[in-house]
Ligand binder design. Structure first.
Ligand code: DGL
Length: 251
């Protein structure tokens, strides 16, 4: 079984992409809404929350893990997942697959993410290792606003505010927070149609297929665990996974 986790509904964008490439896998998702947003938390808080999420998924039968949260992925060295008896091929995080997917792209990249992801500098270092320059902007409060149902206008203002006084000389925007693809259309509205937008979920799903198929061919079951009930989460799941029967449990 594949276990996917995030602070809340953001990881659903990754789960959707994984479900598209692995329709027969059994998938369990954990959204830690009680502790969302993660993006302004310290590295030590994030390590504790990661440990809790991984253990919860393992207790529920997951043997493969996807950290569908950039803030966690960027705060933890993949090697430490060994402490959960997870082999390197059984864990997927966001940064490596995303940067490696973009290695041959010829573009001026702007990376947008939570402050935790930007402050970790992991994305910047990974791009640097490939000899690529990348610009970046941390957007405070955006993931939380999306998670808790802020208005379109409010979300637009948060994005615009974070770019105030910044040059906009990029042509590829990388949404390095899994909540952001839920409002791709608002990013497109703010930056214009000529900017290309990349959702890392596709890179991660490609990696999942490469690593987890065909071992993870099961019955195609879908289960969600959330640490706090949320109508917004329930609505989003129903909207994004209309084809499959699923269960949602508050844990
Ligand atoms: N969706 C997560 C990420 O990719 C967490 C965002 C948050 O909770 O602040 O970083």
């Amino acid at each position: 079984m594949i276990g996917i986790f995030d602070s809340g509904m953001g990881g659903l964008t990754v789960m959707r992409a994984i479900r598209d490439v692995l329709p027969d896998s059994d998938i369990i998702y954990f959204g830690d809404i009680k502790h969302a947003p993660y993006g302004s938390r310290s590295r030590s808080e994030l390590s504790v929350l990661t440990a809790q999420a991984v253990k919860r998924l393992q207790m529920n039968g997951a043997t493969k893990i996807v950290s569908a949260c950039n803030s966690l992925s960027a705060s933890l060295a993949v090697s430490v997942f060994d402490v959960f008896s997870l082999e390197p091929g059984h864990i997927i995080e966001m940064v490596g697959p995303t940067v490696s997917y973009l290695k041959d792209v010829d573009a001026h990249v702007m990376l947008v993410a939570t402050p935790a992801t930007i402050d970790s500098e992991l994305y910047q270092q990974a791009f640097q290792m490939l000899g690529k320059d990348v610009q970046y902007t941390g957007i405070s409060d955006l993931a939380g606003a999306i998670e808790f149902g802020a208005s379109r206008q409010k979300i637009k203002e948060i994005i615009e505010y974070s770019f105030e006084g910044k040059e906009r000389n990029f042509d590829l925007l990388v949404l390095a927070c899994t909540h952001y693809p839920l409002v791709t259309d608002i990013f497109q509205e703010v930056f214009g149609k000529e900017i290309r937008i990349f959702d890392p979920a596709f890179a991660v799903a490609e990696r999942a297929k490469k690593l987890f198929w065909p071992q993870e061919v099961g019955n195609g079951t879908t289960k969600f665990l959330i640490s706090e009930d949320s109508e917004f989460f329930r609505e989003r799941v129903a909207e994004m996974f209309p084809e499959s029967p699923f269960t949602i449990e508050v844990v």
